[in-house]
Design a protein around this ligand. Sequence first.
Ligand code: NAP
Length: 330
Amino acid sequence: MSKRLPVALLGATGPVGQKVITLLEHHPQFELLEVAASEGSVGHTYGERVQWKNEIELPARVGAMKIKPLMDVQSHFIISALPADIAQTVEPALAERGHVVCSNASAYRMDPRVPLLIPEVNSSHLSLLSKQPWKGKILTNPNCSTVFLAGALAPLQALGAFEHISVVTLQALSGAGYPGVPSFDLIGNIIPHIGGEEDKIKLETKKILGQAETAAQFGVTVHVHRVPVTHGHTVAAHVQFKSPVNADAVTQIFAKLAQEKPNYIKLHTAHDRPQPLRDLQPHDMRIHVGRIKQGDRPDTIGFISMGHNLVRGAAGAAIAILEEYGKYSQ
Ligand code: NAP
């Protein structure tokens, strides 16, 4: 008999749900036993309903699973890949029943009782779980661009306090769900707007880089863009510190982390990297950083960070948070 912990997946047929399935297939600790989706999918097999868009084949075992209603799942651990408006009511109802819900949705990210986690950065925020009123728990992962900004900024806090951060994102198509943005709108084009995204990046970054109960204090200005890239969000960040900073020190910090935690930071030194098409792997959890430069001012540096929006930006992040929760709750 399997010793892995049973997991249920809500919103199993979307791009994030599909990536969760591929990542859990050989996971040493967790085993996917239940899939749930909308009413229209309930009762069908997963294979009948999903438009499978992954690099690896749909595991036959999962393809044969019957899709359940959201509230019928039994597994103690739940990964939610639901749209935010559905997550808003379903996630606390399941937490109330005692489940541990790890959510990709934005509904509870900014709730002061809910940890918004990048495990390598702010696992101390798990202390917020003691504030939750439910029998179970809700944990959340960041927006799929926030993680590449906050994850790269976190180690740079060792160089001093931030005054202001200017951010431009270039976000892939798979970040918009399936079928997402019509091809007529996106092929050969760039759309300089994604609803709600700029505020999410701004607020979530300050929550993640702050103390558990107090957001970090610095300015953030964000412009987001949807670009015709399949997977991989790129973030260009210019960081103004409160005191002078040296770009070489930034490179050294990333180089050290890349050695110590290769699943967290990948440092690129080539002048034309990182690139989504060339540098991402299907199960890539790395935050790829490069193009580190001194700004015109002695207190300002710039860098590019990039990563897989469905892996580090969603499914892989949710699984990493469940792993972290497992250590915390032991
Ligand atoms: P999505 O289009 O937001 O969600 C699709 C899934 O939700 C499908 O399984 C769908 O089931 C289910 N669903 C839709 N309406 C439902 C309802 N009324 N009741 C129950 N289930 C319902 O797809 P996604 O892109 O995979 O995103 C999932 C969540 O993760 C979203 O909250 C999104 O914002 C967040 N997120 C996405 C990314 C990304 O890069 N895509 C990154 C980070 C976070 P049916 O097939 O039955 O319709």
